[in-house]
Ligand binder design. Structure first.
Ligand code: PMP
Length: 355
């Protein structure tokens, strides 16, 4: 820290992204990336003619991309905002809708960035306890004072709330914004997108990082009522109007158009998730039921940190999370089936005390 940092940031503990070590080649199951490359249509569209256009600014309204997303989901372009990853969209939304007297209320175990945004923007943050089984206790949000952000499926745990439960929450909190972060919804959950036509307090946030295989392109989007999208865009135009670069806008359009590839990839991940859960359960692991592209896994006789370290030694990266309630677990991204086979073989050896 230099002597120039403003004192309001002394306490700020930044978000720690999953490690991306370069020392050797790992089987990377730690950051919930897709094991698949972007659609071949994306690869084809990002040709040298497009690269040559980088001397020009990109379209700040990202209109073609917003129209493509809107058409796919049956809404209008005015209902869609795009961002440099969904992290940026979330940052805009937290900033737009929370304030000194309007906290952000989130589940205690969820995406680690939510409390960081609040600290960064000096917004009050309220964490709501989980149920015993690590699922979200929606009822506890009804009377909490402030806006709500819920990841569905939830980050870190993978548990899913059904749309009825979210609708009840929207009714109970009609004077607050409810952000539903659907980063992982394409892996088997039912989206609450249809509800945006009925509830002007709903903002659904999505990403191309997981189910559309484009984490490195940094593309996220939000869908909501016209007014709520205008508020998000007010933040964007006050911070970085050119937030989604030229190549990423093109890539996003092509990724949405290649629905067959999207379905192939997400179905594959769902199948491998089931396969992985079965194999690890046979070994006696406890697994939190997940509708995401990751699972939380506990191996009796060892804690999460130890399991993480042993797997890393063996060339497999998984994520150990610092939440007190997750200390017995590691979070494992679902990759290709052959990655699961190596993972299962290694966990078997760890269980036998061989590693
Ligand atoms: N929301 C949740 C729940 C996440 O897990 C992540 C990824 N770590 C994000 C948002 C951010 O994704 P991105 O910025 O890559 O779109």
């Amino acid at each position: 820290m230099s002597r120039f940092l403003d004192k309001r940031y002394y306490k700020l503990a930044p978000y720690v992204p999953g490690e991306q070590p370069q020392d050797k080649k790992y089987i990377k199951l730690n950051t919930n990336e897709s094991p698949f490359e972007p659609s071949p249509k994306v690869v084809k569209a990002l040709n040298s003619e497009e690269v040559k256009k980088l001397y020009l600014y990109n379209d700040p309204t990202a209109l073609d991309l917003r129209k493509t997303i809107a058409e796919y989901y049956g809404v209008k372009a005015e209902n869609v905002a795009v961002g440099n990853g969904s992290d940026e969209i979330l940052a805009f939304a937290f900033n737009a809708f929370c304030g000194k007297d309007t906290p952000m209320v989130c589940p205690k175990v969820s995406y680690g960035f939510y409390p960081v945004f609040c600290e960064m923007f000096s917004l009050p943050y309220v964490a709501v306890d989980m149920k015993e089984d690590l699922s979200i206790d929606v009822g506890k949000f009804y009377d909490a004072d402030g806006n709500v952000t819920i990841a569905n499926p939830n980050a870190q745990t993978g548990t899913l709330l059904d749309v009825n439960e979210i609708e009840k929450l929207l009714r109970r909190k009609k004077d607050n914004v409810v952000i539903v972060d659907e980063a992982y919804i394409d892996f088997g959950g039912e989206s609450c997108l249809p509800l945006i036509k009925m509830y002007d307090n709903l903002l659904v946030v999505r990403t191309f990082s997981k189910s559309r295989n484009m984490a490195g392109a940094r593309l996220g989007y939000a869908i909501g009522s016209k007014g709520i999208i205008e508020d998000v865009e007010k933040m964007k135009y006050s911070f970085n109007p050119y937030n989604v670069n030229r190549l990423t806008q093109l890539a996003g359009i092509e990724a949405i158009k290649d629905d067959d590839y999207f379905k192939f990839c997400t179905n594959y991940i769902k199948d491998v998730r089931e396969y992985t859960v079965n194999k690890l359960s046979e070994l006696g692991c406890e697994i939190v039921p997940s509708k995401a592209n990751f699972i939380l896994v506990k191996l009796n006789g060892t804690d999460g940190e130890n399991l993480y370290k042993k797997l890393k030694n063996e060339g497999i990266l998984v994520r150990f999370l610092s939440d007190a309630q997750l200390k017995d677990y590691v979070r494992i991204t679902i990759g290709k089936r052959e990655m699961t086979d190596i993972l299962v073989a290694k966990i078997k050896e760890i269980k036998r005390g061989l590693l």
